[in-house]
Write a protein that binds this ligand. Structure first.
Ligand SMILES: C[C@@]1(CC(=O)O)c2cc3[nH]c(cc4nc(cc5[nH]c(cc(n2)[C@H]1CCC(=O)O)[C@@](C)(CC(=O)O)[C@@H]5CCC(=O)O)C(CC(=O)O)=C4CCC(=O)O)c(CCC(=O)O)c3CC(=O)O
Ligand SMILES: NC(=O)C1=CN([C@@H]2O[C@H](COP(=O)(O)OP(=O)(O)OC[C@H]3O[C@@H](n4cnc5c(N)ncnc54)[C@H](O)[C@@H]3O)[C@@H](O)[C@H]2O)C=CC1
Length: 192
């Protein structure tokens, strides 16, 4: 049973702190920017890898802070991703974040995460997020590849057309729902 509650965040409205600038820090900032190119991100670490520096050079919304984490880094942040190679420090940062009611992900310790990052299938406006409840990130990555192949490319056109119908439909909410269900029933009708 997977009890995680999935939501889609508008990271451009939030300020995300990433602690750690190594391999995992790079993975996490890449995931953030690929999904939300206008995300406001501050990354703090004494050693910041060249790939992260390159990403930051071309993105003015990313601030790099080249030193160890300090508690004041949590000020005015909404979301925290902790990815240092110091487990004890990761745990301390998580506790400080919790003290401020900040949502926190600790890359190497699922038990200390308030949220997990997901594997993401993107087709235009469609986005499918996958979680294995932390059981196997590799399975999530593979399923992403399977779904990416399986989902048709023309979904974007279908979504645009449905949006046009949706914008056009007058009447009450129940009527709209009925009409949209009727038009899209072909998607779920069993063959024969
Ligand atoms: C719990 C979670 C917390 C979190 O990080 O948010 C977590 C935890 C851990 N990951 C570990 C390892 C790996 N993680 C990946 C990859 C991804 N990990 C991601 C998410 C999550 N990873 C969350 C659960 C997601 C879920 O519910 O399924 C993805 C989906 C999203 C992302 O990170 O952006 C991204 C795939 C993106 C994509 O490509 O689609 C790979 C594979 C690879 O890199 O190719 C490996 C190596 C192989 C392996 O172990 O499977 C370890 C052991 C560390 C160690 O051994 O030291 C832990 C800690 C532990 O499990 O104890
Ligand atoms: N969830 C996941 O997907 C995975 C998690 N991990 C775990 O993530 C952790 C980090 O791994 P890597 O990025 O490969 O390590 P790394 O050695 O490449 O980078 C560590 C980074 O943490 C920074 N750092 C160390 N102390 C700090 C402090 N006090 N404040 C701020 N930054 C600090 C370093 O400067 C460096 O930038 C490890 O504990 C590892 O077990 C590893 C693989 C996958």
């Amino acid at each position: 049973m997977n009890n995680l509650f999935p939501i889609f965040l508008k990271l451009e409205n939030l300020h995300t702190l990433i602690v750690g600038g190594g391999y995992v820090g790079l993975e996490k900032i890449t995931a953030v920017i690929n999904n939300s190119p206008e995300a406001k991100v501050t990354l703090v670490a004494p050693e910041i890898g060249t790939e992260i520096r390159e990403i930051a050079v071309s993105n003015s919304l990313i601030t790099l802070v080249e030193r160890k984490f300090e508690e004041t880094d949590l000020e005015a942040k909404d979301l925290v991703i902790v990815a240092t190679n110091d487990r004890v420090e990761n745990e301390r940062i998580k506790a400080l974040a919790a003290g401020r009611h900040l949502l926190c992900n600790v890359a190497d310790t699922p038990a200390h995460c308030d949220f997990y990052l997901s594997s993401v299938v993107q087709k235009g406006n469609l986005k499918v997020a996958i979680s294995t409840n932390g059981m196997s990130p590799t399975m999530a990555k593979r399923l992403k590849e399977v779904l990416n192949e399986a989902l048709p490319e023309n979904l974007e056109v279908a979504m645009e057309q449905l949006k046009a119908v949706r914008d056009m439909l007058k009447g009450d909410f129940a009527h709209k729902v009925d009409e949209l269900n009727r038009i899209t029933s072909v998607l779920v009708d069993k063959k024969n």
